[in-house]
Write a new protein. Structure first.
Length: 283
């Protein structure tokens, strides 16, 4: 796979993200476009790519561990009765081109391929919006259409038998620091990883050393997906397309999700995070 120059995303007169469309990665990483580095307006990097603990984690983007048995997440695959095993089942998200590419956002067309077959066609929209002098929002929408000509379904390690591992969909890998980040949700009492992971919430926050990320489902359908949250093992937040059951995607059908992420300098509290989410989702 040939690498190409990353696309820069700008907000408030500053470069806040780089988008790599064709990363030169081995197939077992499930090569796919991703955002990294993403920074606060103050310049703090809030994404990580190819970390030692999970080398298939690629900044911020869309990754799914099971589409009809094909791995678009990278790394090992969880198999009932066998655990996590190395399989030759990895797919690739191919960048087909931009329909629009401006300094503050882009509209991209992609195709999800596996085993020589075109499974999904994706329409992805990414936009950056200034919120305050110290915060901006990354708005990411992905629309996935089943173009395989047959019925498909989306699964996760959880639906394949691994409790608590319902990751797959939007995913953001944050940088690992000396201390684990603080985690909290929209509801009072949602003050740690255990209470937020697997919960349905309007938004969840991850706060590290001098930065806060607030992830918000921006549509009713997106808000029905529980959150996948890690802090102690590694810092990462994502959605769960297939939490309790596989997500069916009939032939010719399309599903859409939209996640808006507030990227802020400093440590936000619950009220501050909520205020920025309201501004970001309504803008």
């Amino acid at each position: 796979m040939t690498a190409e120059r990353p696309t820069l995303l700008r907000c408030a007169g500053r470069t806040v993200a780089r988008y790599t469309t064709r990363p030169p990665l081995a197939l077992d990483h499930s090569p796919r476009p991703y955002l990294h580095p993403v920074t606060t307006l103050g310049g703090r990097v809030v994404t990580e790519t190819v970390p030692e603990d999970h080398p298939h984690h690629l900044g911020a983007g869309v990754a799914v561990p099971d589409v009809a048995g094909h791995n678009f997440w990278g790394g090992r695959t969880f198999v009932q009765g066998r655990g996590s095993v190395e399989l030759d089942n990895h797919g690739v998200q191919r960048h087909d081109g931009f329909k629009l590419c401006d300094p503050d956002g882009f509209v991209e067309e992609l195709t999800w391929w596996a085993a020589g077959e075109r499974l999904l066609r994706e329409h992805r929209t990414v936009a950056a919006t200034a919120l305050t002098d110290t915060a901006w929002a990354l708005d990411l929408t992905f629309s996935l259409a089943n173009v395989s000509g047959r019925d498909l379904s989306v699964g996760s390690p959880a639906t394949n038998g691994r409790p608590g591992a319902a990751y797959g969909g939007f995913f953001w890998r944050a940088p690992k620091e000396a201390a684990a980040p603080v985690v909290f949700g929209a509801e009072p009492g949602a003050d740690d990883e255990e209470s937020v992971h697997g919960a349905r919430s309007d938004w969840v926050a991850l706060a590290g050393e001098g930065w806060t990320l607030v992830f918000a489902g921006a549509t009713e359908t997106t808000r029905r997906d529980p959150w996948f949250v890690r802090a102690a093992e590694y810092p990462g937040v994502g959605s769960s397309l297939a939490h309790d059951d596989r997500l069916p995607v009939p032939a010719g059908e399309t599903f859409v999700r939209r996640v808006v992420t507030v990227v802020a300098d400093g440590r936000l509290d619950r009220s501050g995070a909520a205020a920025l989410v309201r501004k970001a989702v309504s803008s």
